[in-house]
Design a protein around this ligand. Structure first.
Ligand code: UT7
Length: 325
């Protein structure tokens, strides 16, 4: 009997503080930084984002998303035997956000670790969980993307600080006799590290270098549109499916123009693309599970639909997961 993995529940959580572009523009103007709702909407499609309170960490956001996913799957935290958290804004240098979250869930014993692949983190984490379930190492996994990107933004740099938000999304992935996850495809190319990075580090009790996000937006944009098409095609080929078999494309939510371009290359109408970037901004590793949960709860995604999840981001990293929901 073949052993597959299947998503049995989704959940998400957004911190309550919501800033529209106008709210953010007003806050930035007070610091002498000029931007506008018009510029942000036209160049990115973003209209609002959520920012966590100063005492709220990625594990707090991830915990709420995980609880919602467990409820949707009809499981208790004690049923879980693997936790993977995708994040680039961990609670601490160590231990991992996953172990902190495990303790907050009130469980102990199961493996828990973080995956660091920036905005591709969720597709990386889902691929790892799928593999661990297929090999029998785990049966019921929580896969979570959780970020507090507001902590690493330079609010004097208008080219980056208007783009990102905080939030978390989670799925429960269970062993199944039927697929589930149909195909996965992961890549990285470290020569592009400098186009999207937080170059600082901790050494000798101090932060060395710049601890805030730096991005060459145009370079990232150009790379992203190319690799997203390649990765989608690779997963479709592995599963023996065609573009037209995709019911929903759930791309990383960074910029509506990148998403439109990917949809066009895959000959998918925009009505088949899940879009939450307008309301969430770019939440890095949380963006795909946040978008997926929104579409599931809105009744758009239904059991049996074929979903293409696609991530791309710092590293440079990219990848896709093709699955039957
Ligand atoms: O999550 C990982 C993946 N990340 C991404 O996918 C991000 C990919 N890149 C992008 O989404 C886009 O490149 C950006 C949204 C970051 C920038 O859009 P763009 O169309 O590439 O704009 P640009 O960088 O070429 O800037 C155009 C102009 C510049 O002014 P000048 O030099 O033409 O006078 C910028 O200074 O827009 C100016 N500008 C702004 N103006 C108002 C840049 N940021 C802002 C701003 N408000 N926030």
């Amino acid at each position: 009997m073949n052993r597959y993995s299947r998503i049995t529940g989704t959940g998400s959580y957004l911190p309550p503080r919501r800033l529209t572009n106008a709210d953010l523009a007003a806050e930035l103007a007070a610091k002498g930084v000029e931007t506008s709702d018009e510029w942000i909407v036209e160049r990115t499609g973003i209209r609002a984002r959520h920012f966590a309170a100063p005492d709220v960490s990625s594990s707090d956001l991830g915990l709420q998303a995980a609880r919602n996913a467990l409820q949707a799957a009809g499981l208790q935290a004690s049923d879980i035997d693997l936790i993977i958290v995708a994040t680039s804004t961990p609670d601490m240098v160590f231990p991992s956000t996953a172990t902190i979250l495990q303790h907050k869930l009130g469980i102990a014993g199961c493996p828990a670790f973080d995956v660091q692949a920036v905005c591709s983190g969720f597709v990386y984490a889902l691929t790892v969980a799928d593999s661990l379930i297929k090999t029998g190492t785990a049966s019921k996994a929580l896969v979570i993307g959780a970020e507090v990107f507001s902590r690493i933004l330079d609010f004097s740099d208008r080219t980056t600080c208007v783009l990102f938000g905080d939030g978390a999304g989670a799925v429960v992935l269970e062993a199944s006799e039927t697929p589930g996850i149909l195909a996965t495809d992961l890549h990285a190319d470290g020569k592009h590290a400098s186009i999207l990075c937080v170059p600082g580090t901790v050494s000798g009790g101090k932060v060395l270098g710049d601890p805030l996000l730096k991005m060459d937006g145009q370079a990232v944009f150009k790379l992203a549109v190319g690799v997203l098409e390649d990765s989608a095609r690779a997963t479709l080929a592995k599963a023996g499916l065609q573009d037209a078999d995709i019911d929903w494309l759930i791309p990383h939510q960074a910029n509506i123009r990148i998403m439109q371009s990917t949809a066009k290359k895959l000959k998918l109408p925009l009505s088949k693309v899940v879009v939450t970037v307008d309301q969430h901004g770019n939440t890095s590793a949380a963006s795909i599970p946040l978008a997926m949960d929104a579409a599931v709860r809105a009744g758009q995604i239904r059991k049996g639909d074929t979903l293409m999840l696609e991530g791309v981001g710092g590293g440079f990293t990219w990848g896709a997961v093709l699955l039957k929901y």
